[in-house]
Design a protein around this ligand. Sequence first.
Ligand SMILES: CC(C)(COP(=O)(O)OP(=O)(O)OC[C@H]1O[C@@H](n2cnc3c(N)ncnc32)[C@H](O)[C@@H]1OP(=O)(O)O)[C@@H](O)C(=O)NCCC(=O)NCCS
Length: 138
Amino acid sequence: MAVMEAAFDPANGEAWNRSQCGGILPMRGVEFFLVRADETAPVAGFALWRTLLDESELLLLAIDPAHQGKGLGKLLLDRFIDHAKSAGAHRLHLEVRDGNPAVHFYERAGFRIAGRRREYYRGLHGERHDALTYSMIV
Ligand SMILES: CC(C)(COP(=O)(O)OP(=O)(O)OC[C@H]1O[C@@H](n2cnc3c(N)ncnc32)[C@H](O)[C@@H]1OP(=O)(O)O)[C@@H](O)C(=O)NCCC(=O)NCCS
């Protein structure tokens, strides 16, 4: 939760709260990875996804701002892709707020825009932001 709160600006409504995280973790097909800068360091980031049949959805991926730009996000994304493939996924999905610079991160990794969900995110003061949906065949 510390990484979640540091990585996502509450103004944009992308972060999940503790109760949302606690609710999804026991669900079938849900897995996550944590990453640390070294073995004894605190958690620097996480990826959370769900695989159902031959599809995996990346639900959340975040790196603490103090550790961004060091390759940890790519490491987690690659692990997610490898793990999803091993679990039988052939198509990967994710959603990202339109305007989040992370779109470049996902596009560099090979994800392509599949659609738009209008006013999907609700910001701190009720403002709405579209979500872009991305997918990749693996
Ligand atoms: C998106 C995020 C996970 C990237 O993690 P990171 O550890 O900083 O990224 P990396 O250092 O692994 O960078 C991997 C590649 O993506 C590129 N990249 C990363 N962030 C980028 C940005 N904001 N704009 C453009 N390119 C970016 C890097 O240049 C790098 O490219 P390369 O492989 O060609 O060198 C991180 O910025 C983050 O946690 N953001 C806040 C939370 C968020 O919005 N998550 C995504 C929505 S769920």
